[in-house]
Design a protein around this ligand. Structure first.
Ligand code: NAD
Length: 363
């Protein structure tokens, strides 16, 4: 397994491999870019088929976090961690505590949050070993950032339908939600309240039953959800669902969902554009969760957080406008905008370089 020449390497600042024989922990922490602050991002637990798959995932995810935080205007860099293992089988309190020690060993360059396979309870356990954990406070924000993610994605869907179909709400539109977990459930709730007809699929029967019973979501076979004839497809399960094979079968005019790394490869953005599909970049529209984490960490009020999440759609409108004007795929435009923000931030004087604090001129 190569590291420095890994396909997703992209000049990561830090990649740390941690293991603990006593608890069976095998984990990787990656920090992509700390121009704007420490690398903040979720800790994912997943039964990766190989170490190379785990490395690939953590590198892509942490890079996505850099762009996500930059576009959301947050003072945070991009980081992510993965624990190799099945959360249902391999997760133990001792293993999670060992992960807390591993996070702590990075000295604050990485700050962990929850992700698929981990939850607030796990993060609280890690917090027993390190202060570099976020999204666990029992305050007005409620801890779990998923409702904020869902709210941002919902607003993005409204912006996308306005842009593509010229309608102000999703009322009467058909939306397919893949994955009715933490985010997908709340997204479906917003959509139903807005009047959309929501189709949903989940590999976990309990989640689909809850969404059907409580929200009136129409259950669909997981094998069919991506190719449903709908106005909007919202992937809210796993990454890489938009690939050469699946894109040919899509029948939605808009793709806008919460899942990280929906595009399997960089070329898939152009592939979607070639099929006339409007794609809302995942790292732009699913930033509600990381915005929530920031407000929790900083102890800022929920009202200001909501207003911040609502600004996601201003950035989305800018990206869709630039994509229309330049003819470039939306994902490329969003990445370029994030790089622009990072470049501006890198040029701005740091606190130690401010005029009042400048080192005395050399004699
Ligand atoms: P989750 O694990 O709670 O929900 C995912 C759901 O997808 C589960 O119910 C699972 O059973 C289902 N699923 C898995 N494979 C499926 C398949 N092939 N077909 C249909 N359903 C399937 O995770 P979540 O917190 O809701 O996050 C969903 C996605 O959004 C993830 O990719 C995550 O990285 C991303 N995301 C989450 C947040 C957040 O705040 N939770 C923030 C940003 C991005």
């Amino acid at each position: 397994m190569s590291v420095f020449s890994a396909p997703a390497w992209d000049s990561h600042e830090l990649v740390a491999f941690g293991s603990d024989a006593r608890t069976g922990l095998r984990a990787i922490i990656a920090v992509h870019d700390s121009t704007l602050g420490p690398g903040v991002g979720g800790c994912r637990m997943f039964p990766y088929a190989s170490d190379a798959d785990a490395l690939h995932d953590v590198l892509r995810l942490s890079r996505g976090m850099t762009y996500k935080s930059a576009l959301a205007g947050l003072p945070m860099g991009g980081g992510k961690s993965v624990i190799i293992g099945d959360p249902r089988r391999d997760k133990t309190p001792a293993l999670i505590s060992a992960m807390g020690d591993f996070v702590h060993a990075q000295g604050g360059r990485y700050v962990a949050a929850e992700d698929s396979g981990t939850g607030v309870e796990d993060l609280r356990r890690m917090a027993g070993r390190t202060p570099y954990v976020s999204g666990i406070d029992d305050n007005e924000h409620g801890g779990d950032p998923s409702p904020s993610t869902a709210y941002g994605v919902f607003l993005a869907i409204r912006t996308a339908v306005q842009h593509r179909l010229g309608v102000a709400s999703t009322s009467g539109l058909r939306v397919a939600v893949q994955g009715l977990g933490h985010v997908g459930y709340h997204l479906a709730r917003h959509l139903r309240t807005d009047g959309a007809v929501v189709y949903g699929a989940d590999v976990n029967p309990a989640n689909i039953a809850r969404a059907s019973d409580e929200l009136g979501v129409i259950a669909v076979d997981p094998a069919e959800i991506l190719s449903l004839e709908v106005d909007v497809l919202a992937p809210c399960a796993m990454g890489a669902v938009l690939n050469a094979r699946s894109i040919d079968t899509l029948r939605a005019g808009i793709v806008a969902g919460a899942a990280n790394n929906q595009l399997a490869t960089a070329e898939d953005s152009a592939r979607l554009q070639g099929h006339g599909i409007l794609y809302c970049p995942d790292f732009l529209i699913n930033a509600g969760g990381i915005i929530d984490v920031h407000y929790q960490r900083a102890g800022l009020p929920a009202e200001a957080k909501r207003a911040h999440i609502e600004r996601i759609v201003d950035t989305l409108a800018e990206v869709l406008h630039r994509a229309d004007v330049t003819g470039r795929p939306s994902n490329e435009v969003a990445e370029a905008l994030a790089v622009e923000y990072l470049r501006d931030a890198a040029r701005a004087p740091r606190a130690t370089e401010l005029p009042g604090r400048a080192a005395p001129a050399a004699r």
